[in-house]
Design a protein around this ligand. Structure first.
Ligand code: FAD
Length: 428
């Protein structure tokens, strides 16, 4: 049976849903409020090169995303590189990849280094998932690693992403996160970057008869009989058999006020991000990922993306991002982008002066912000997270607020989109 399906949001979740449904012969219309597709995976033109606004890499365990890449015929453009991790603490630089690196990591006392190494290896095998969902991460890690290691090592790492609430997140989330990420190992990327992926999937959607409407934000949904009526910001009205929403839950709560089940959506606080991308005429220090702790910087870490991606992709430059996760109402988020860039660049040069980086090595810099990146999950979120179908309506959800306990990522968004489509097809 052919259905008419409206999809709200043109990030990876919306695009994956649209691609799969259009390929199955459904009549698909995708609505994206901004002027471009990609959501958090957007890109910008840098001297004719399409460069990611926010650093992105693929992990070998990203099964759902890798399957989509194969389905799109992009597998031959995927490549893998071995990447490594550094650590900056009080402006001192350390490699952070091997047991020996850890044993030499001077900011921690020797016994703490041993405890950190052993317990980190064991962490993913410890704890009962159901209990960990209700256990604050701060309490759990302080118990396993000791209060001092929690305070001096783990707390600053999690605070970098979740701010003051870091210790209150469910321990389950952190355990799953550690299952995905490792500091040293292969990371993947697609030649041509996110731009290549987005262009390819958009072309396949339209080739299969799907429609993509940019600059067409959705304002209101209402169930009318068996159909869902959808009203856009510019006043157009559409009727669909089914609607899939991929937007943050607090946006959906506004749009879907008249839909059954909306009252069960949780109220979530989302972290946003401020990130500065720097183009340089030389590598920074070759580590893909470096947390920057206690160094009086406004940012908490550095991703040197050209450790994974060739300079040819960056107009011959090397590239790195520094970032701070923060709420969209914070003073930092609201600050002028040029002011942030000036301040952060001066801090970056100070921290990396000992690696020989000077202002003369900096070719360009750009600041990008995103308001909704990752929910700050409350305890017991497994039972509170939104269901795929909104009440008894024909509105379905494939949102990043549902990927818990897995980390928000392209892979998780493709996974939740696949699960949503399965549930939608069972409803027919
Ligand atoms: C700094 C940073 C680094 C990251 N690094 C990685 C990484 O290395 N690997 C990885 O896999 N993931 C990474 N991620 C996470 C990844 O980008 C996200 O998990 C993923 O892009 C989420 O996709 P989505 O489609 O679920 O949501 P989004 O990308 O948020 O898409 C939602 C879309 O809905 C649109 N929208 C909102 N309201 C409306 C409306 N009313 N009507 C119509 N459209 C609307 C928005 O404009 C947006 O395009 C990173 C994210 C950030 C910010």
């Amino acid at each position: 049976m052919t259905l008419s399906i409206g999809i709200i949001g043109g990030g990876i979740a919306g695009l994956a849903s649209a691609y799969r449904l259009a390929s199955q012969g459904h009549q698909v219309t995708l609505f994206e409020s901004s002027h471009e597709l990609g959501g958090l995976g957007t890109f910008f033109d840098y001297n004719g090169h399409q460069v990611d606004r926010f650093y992105h890499c693929i992990m070998p365990s990203d099964d759902y995303l890798l399957q989509l890449i194969r389905d799109l015929g992009l597998e031959d453009q995927l490549y893998w590189r071995h990447t490594t991790m550094g650590m900056v603490n009080r402006e001192q630089h350390y490699p952070f990849n091997t047991a020996l690196d850890l044993l030499r990591y001077q900011p921690l006392a020797f016994l703490q280094r041993l405890r950190l190494g052993v317990m980190t290896l064991l962490l993913r095998y410890l704890g009962n998932d159901e209990k960990l969902d209700y256990t604050p991460i701060g309490a759990w890690l302080a118990r396993l690693f000791g209060p001092k290691l929690w305070k001096t090592f783990w707390q600053p790492m999690f605070a970098a992403k979740f701010g003051d609430s870091a210790g209150e997140l469910p321990a389950l989330y952190i355990k799953k996160r550690m299952g995905r990420e490792s500091n040293v190992g292969p990371r993947g990327y697609l030649k041509g970057g996110l731009h290549n992926f987005i262009q390819t999937i958009a072309q396949k959607i339209t080739a299969a008869g799907g429609q993509i409407r940019l600059e067409t934000g959705v304002k209101r949904l209402a169930q009318s009989g068996a159909m869902v009526s959808l009203v856009t910001q510019d006043g157009q009205q559409f009727e669909f058999d089914r609607v899939i929403s991929t937007v943050p839950i607090n946006i959906l709560t506004q749009i879907a006020q008249d839909i059954d089940g909306v009252e069960w959506l949780p109220e979530l606080t989302y972290q946003g991000v401020v990130n500065m991308m720097v183009f340089l005429d030389r590598p920074v220090d070759g580590y893909y990922w470096t947390p920057i702790l206690q160094s009086e910087t406004g940012f908490d870490g550095l991703v040197e993306s050209s450790a994974l991606i060739d300079p040819a992709h960056y107009n011959g430059c090397h590239a790195a991002y520094v970032m701070k996760y923060t709420h969209r109402d914070s003073e930092l988020y609201r600050r002028d982008a040029d002011e942030i860039a000036d301040e952060w660049l001066a801090q970056l040069l100070r921290v990396y002066a000992s690696r020989g980086i000077t202002a003369a090595n900096v070719v360009d810099r750009f600041v990008f912000k995103a308001p909704f990146v990752e929910p700050i999950y409350p305890l017991g979120y497994t039972k509170r997270k939104p269901q795929i179908q909104l009440g008894h309506s024909n509105v379905y959800l494939a949102a990043s607020a549902q990927v818990y306990p897995y980390i928000t990522s392209w892979n998780s968004s493709v996974r939740i989109a696949d699960e949503c489509l399965e549930s939608l097809s069972e409803s027919v």
